[in-house]
Design a binder for this molecule. Structure first.
Ligand code: SF4
Ligand code: SF4
Length: 398
């Protein structure tokens, strides 16, 4: 088997494609090793705000009310066809699409078509767009059926040639309140915005006469496609760090047969930085992030076999989410690459982070308290202040 062209995420001869049945979220439904009363409660909090659990800031009814509202749009898609054993966006591709044109509009060239797709995606609200070739290795061997609790087929149309990877940045101030139900609002908004952009771009491609399958967590692994599409580099916390947003974003994808030019993977010093930094591993309350180097073995059945990479323990990570009744983004908040690159100092930091000055930068960032948590009550209080005060508060704490 050909190796992955990106040396930060090296595919070995022992590689085995992944089944979504083994994904930790699927296992939380069927596998007693992951499923528990805590996981049941975790999911139930997404349907009704907890009012009787904690009064801790960031975990109140007010926080859950906001978080759950942010998920509302994507929940509608996920629940629309549950009776037909579909969970659009999570276990099945988004399917709210019209038929496209019967005739194919020939693009002037794959390069022009790729540039147009990127423009359209950005007009529709995408923050990042990259395009890569279709790669069967990252397609799930099977989907998970929430109705039967077993596998079902993962059918895609024949002849797909490209994958458009779309990045949706998450709200920086909400992420800074992690861990909290309040910070989960950034996740829900990311998904809801992703769904709207993916559906719009997919419908545009269908209107040109081509296949387009919009996908969120379903159908395939997103991270290897995001790396191949040149959006960023793989990092110790198991996420992709992009030059524009660090790891503060979500990825969606569209599978298509529209002829498109492909982007190339890029490196800008993340691997070398992670080799000297283990801030995320130290900060992870579940000890799910490795302090050591990459390994080619799966830590448990939710891991990928035969890819030499930093491997995060999905069982431990999800166990912590269940314990706190919301998703956690401590590793995103704490990562020195998570910063506001609209500021010239942070753009300079990014440039220097890819050089031999990285250890100095890391020490400086530690000393300045980089990645510290924004108190959820301060996030709410800032909403009651005039905008200029909030802007000053944001500036001083970045
Ligand atoms: S916190 Fe440090 S080690 Fe972890 S992903 Fe970010 S740069 Fe890499
Ligand atoms: S999301 Fe939280 S629990 Fe999971 S790996 Fe990151 S820091 Fe650890």
């Amino acid at each position: 088997m050909a190796r992955h062209p990106h040396r930060r995420y090296e595919v070995l001869d022992t590689f085995e494609p992944f089944s979504q049945v083994d994904d930790v979220f699927s296992r939380s439904r069927w596998d007693p090793a992951v499923h528990s009363d805590a996981t049941e409660r975790f999911y139930s909090t997404y349907r009704r705000p907890l009012t009787d659990w904690r009064a801790a800031p960031g975990f109140t009814q007010h926080d859950y009310a906001l978080r759950n509202a942010s998920w509302h749009v994507t929940d509608i898609f996920a629940e629309m066809y549950e009776a037909a054993d579909r969970r659009d966006g999570f276990l099945d591709p988004l399917s709210m699409l019209r038929d496209g044109a019967d005739d194919k509009l020939e693009p002037e060239s794959p390069e022009i078509a790729a540039a147009q797709i990127k423009d359209v995606a950005k007009v529709f609200g995408a923050d990042l767009v990259g395009i890569t070739e279709h790669d069967e290795r990252w397609i799930y061997t099977e989907r998970y059926s929430s109705q039967t609790g077993t596998a079902k087929s993962n059918d895609l149309p024949a002849g797909l040639t490209s994958v458009i990877v779309i990045g949706q940045s998450m709200d920086p101030d909400l992420v800074r309140t992690a861990p909290s139900a309040l910070s989960g609002t950034a996740t829900g908004l990311g998904y809801s915005q992703d769904a709207a952009v993916l559906l719009g771009v997919a419908q545009y491609i269908r209107n040109l006469g081509y296949e387009a399958v919009p996908s969120m967590n379903d159908t395939a692994l997103a991270i290897p496609f995001a790396i191949k599409a040149g959006l960023g580099e793989y990092a110790r916390h198991g996420l992709v760090i992009t030059p524009e947003f660090g790891a503060r974003l979500r990825f969606g994808k569209i599978f298509t047969d529209l002829p498109l030019a492909h982007d190339q993977p890029k490196t800008f010093g993340v691997k070398e930085f992670c080799e000297e930094c283990d801030r995320c591993a130290k900060a992870c309350p579940a000890q799910a992030i490795p302090h050591e180097g990459p390994v080619p073995v799966a830590l448990n059945r939710s891991g990928l076999k035969g890819v030499n990479k930093w491997s995060v323990d999905g069982e431990a990570c999800f166990g912590y989410w269940s314990k706190i009744n919301t998703d956690c983004a401590i590793c995103v908040r704490i990562c020195p690459w998570t910063r506001d690159y609209s500021k010239s100092w942070n753009r300079l930091w990014r440039r220097l982070a890819g050089t031999g000055l990285r250890s100095y930068l890391l020490k400086l960032d530690d000393r300045l308290g980089g990645g510290r948590r924004l108190k959820p009550n301060d996030w709410w209080a800032a909403r009651r202040r005039p905008a200029s005060v909030w802007a000053r508060l944001s500036r001083s704490s970045n």
